[in-house]
Design a protein around this ligand. Structure first.
Ligand code: ATP
Ligand code: MG
Length: 198
């Protein structure tokens, strides 16, 4: 072995020892709350990617979509066929409806279904897509959301996506990832497109 091979081996050995000791330290088994937030693109796609990961292992997952676009969602078309239940807000974007009473009613209906999912121990993962806006605009009381999350089955994980999460809700998350907006094609005039943006 050359000396550079030897050095490489030693470096990798030290790295492995460090990683193994960190793995040994993390031994608690429970579901977690993951918040995917920030202004960049990739929050909902990350949430749906984890739903796919879960279903791929034969585990059950459920989805609530709190801000429905005008267009149909590609992930839904696949995941429903795999047995994932979707609960979707009946109205379109809130800035389209411009009716607080209607938006509140639609959000409350999805919230009622969400509470059932958060009480179902068969669900390993629940994705609450764009939930942050529902809390922020007060369509559902943030304390009520926190209570339902805190009382969920021990092994159930929840992913919340959206910008501007109220601090109290962010405070109960175990993992928070912020997607940074460094650049977005939209600002260069590229139109949102099927298969990429929805
Ligand atoms: P995606 O669904 O692609 O993962 P997202 O969930 O991170 O995006 P949202 O804020 O939910 O982002 O955005 C909804 C729509 O706006 C999506 O079609 C998304 O591609 C697009 N979008 C996301 N980020 C930006 C941005 N910084 N500028 C313009 N459009 C964006
Ligand atoms: Mg999104």
């Amino acid at each position: 072995m050359t000396s550079s091979d030897e050095k490489y081996k030693q470096r990798m050995q030290r790295k492995k020892e460090h990683i193994d000791s960190k793995i040994a330290e993390a031994n608690e088994e429970r579901g977690i709350v993951i918040l995917i937030t920030g202004n960049g693109k990739g929050k909902s796609t990350s949430g749906f990617g984890t739903v796919l990961r879960c279903v791929g292992h034969g585990l059950k997952a459920g989805v609530a979509q709190y801000i429905k676009g005008k267009w149909d969602c590609g992930e839904r078309n696949v995941l429903e066929k795999l047995g994932v239940k979707f609960h979707v807000m009946a109205t379109g974007f809130t800035w389209d409806t411009q009716n607080k009473e209607l938006d509140t009613k639609a959000a409350q209906e999805v919230w009622a279904e969400t509470k059932k999912m958060l009480a179902d121990p068969d669900l390993t993962l629940v994705l609450l897509d764009e939930l942050t806006y529902i809390a922020r605009y007060g369509y559902v009381d943030t304390d009520e959301i926190i209570e339902a999350l805190n009382n969920r089955p021990k092994m159930q994980s929840v992913i919340i996506t959206g910008r501007g999460c109220p601090q109290a809700l962010a405070d109960i998350a175990d993992t928070i990832s912020e997607v940074k907006d460094e650049r977005h094609a939209y600002r260069a005039g590229v139109k949102a497109q099927i298969g990429i943006d929805w």
